[in-house]
Design a protein around this ligand. Structure first.
Ligand SMILES: Cc1ncc(COP(=O)(O)O)c(C=O)c1O
Length: 383
């Protein structure tokens, strides 16, 4: 079976993990946790990083620190994995769903239009005219490693006093190559950024996450909250309700070893993307989703747009055919404004997201894919 997205271990993973076990530093204390935080800062240019148990918990803490309170609202794309939407509910706020752009990222234009037409800037913050609630934040998600139009999003957020929490769980390694944020990595531009090291991500710790922030005090607070809010760790005094969200040393050891290889992984994934691009270019009705200009994406996932009329099969039929050939392919996520827990939530002019939802099929993208496996996928699709 050629799987959709498998982890790739090709460096010092065993050495570092063995060291944790040999020294018995396996839990949340231990030198690798802080080393991983420092390494993420060095790689991305983030000023502060706090390791946590996964991206979802990182988003939850970032929302809390952004000042999102029960009854507030947070703008989030409908086209995303459900985790950031659930994180909004974990802090007892409500999502407002936004449409996507041509890279499946949150539409910066509609976001601005929504704030301008549907909201009022008040002393208490941005008031949603329909619900009467205050919108505290927006979560741009860098879908499949392609960066959102942060230039516009940050402008809108500044104008309307929204905190920006970048969901960079899929985009570690992605940066801008020109414009206002030239050489800036996704995750390091908003008020907070969150990475994930889940098993399917570009680097993995099995499960893991990282909160980054340019504000040292907020980063300290993130560490405090993710480690049970210990005010006196010897006498077990706690002034706040904390969480057991810290990453373990074993996981961090894996992360340090994986991060050492990230640039090589991105080069391989870019090369594989080009192989697919060339192999699929002449098939009517199929388009490999491009990458935004003036960016260096991490090429995490490869999304194929299937036009049934021209190709002859729809996305589901193609997925089934590939499955028969032992090739795993997957559609994009069922849109969040259609999900049972969120059907009652407000959504704004969702059009493009539905279009993409109908057409996208993600094809195998593991870093360890061999050229002959890529050729097998191309041949199967061509046939
Ligand atoms: C867009 C997005 N946000 C959040 C998450 C949550 O990350 P984690 O699985 O580490 O909790 C994921 C992936 O898993 C994701 O793809």
């Amino acid at each position: 079976m050629i799987l959709l997205s498998e982890p790739f271990f090709g460096g010092k993973e065993w050495k570092y993990v063995k060291e944790c076990i040999d020294t018995a530093w396996v839990s949340t204390a231990g030198k690798y946790v802080e080393r991983f935080e420092r390494d993420i800062c060095a790689y991305t240019g983030a000023a502060n990083a706090v390791a946590c148990m996964n991206g979802t918990s990182g988003l939850q803490i970032a929302l809390l620190l952004a000042g999102v309170k029960p009854g507030d609202e947070v703008i989030v794309p409908t086209l995303t994995f459900i985790a950031p939407v659930n994180a909004i509910r974990y802090v007892q706020a409500e999502p407002v769903f936004m449409d996507c752009d041509d890279y499946m990222n949150i539409s910066a234009e509609k976001l601005d239009e929504f704030c301008r037409r549907e909201c009022l800037l008040t002393k208490a913050g941005l008031k949603n005219k329909k619900s009467g609630k205050i919108i505290k934040a927006v979560i741009p998600v860098h879908i499949f490693g392609n960066p959102c139009l942060l230039d516009l999003i940050m402008k809108t957020a500044g104008k309307y006093k929204l905190k920006v929490i970048e969901d960079a769980t899929e985009s570690l390694g992605t940066y801008f190559t020109s414009g206002k944020y030239v050489n800036k990595f996704t995750g390091t531009i908003g008020d907070f950024g969150v990475f994930s090291f889940n098993g399917n991500k570009i680097i993995t710790t099995g499960g893991g996450g990282m909160i980054v922030s340019c504000n040292r005090r907020e980063a300290e607070q993130a560490k405090y909250l993710t480690t049970q809010a210990k005010d006196d760790p010897i006498r077990y005094v706690h002034h706040q309700i904390g969480y057991n969200f810290r990453l373990t040393n074993i996981q961090a050891a894996l992360g340090v070893a994986q991060l050492e290889q990230l640039e090589r992984f991105i080069q391989i994934k870019k090369k594989n993307y080009k192989l697919y691009e060339k192999g699929l270019e002449n098939i009517a009705g199929l388009t490999l989703l491009g990458v935004p200009a003036e960016t260096r994406p991490n090429y995490w996932f490869y999304s194929l747009l299937v036009d049934k009329k021209a190709f002859g099969l729809d996305r589901e039929q193609l997925m089934k055919k590939l499955q028969e050939k032992k090739i795993q392919a997957r559609p994009i996520w069922y849109l969040n404004h259609w999900q049972k827990p969120y059907r009652h939530n407000q959504s704004y002019k969702i059009e493009k997201a539905c279009w993409y939802w109908e057409r996208v099929l993600n094809i195998p993208c593991s870093t360890g894919l061999k050229p002959q496996e890529i050729q097998s996928v191309i041949t199967a699709i061509t046939r």
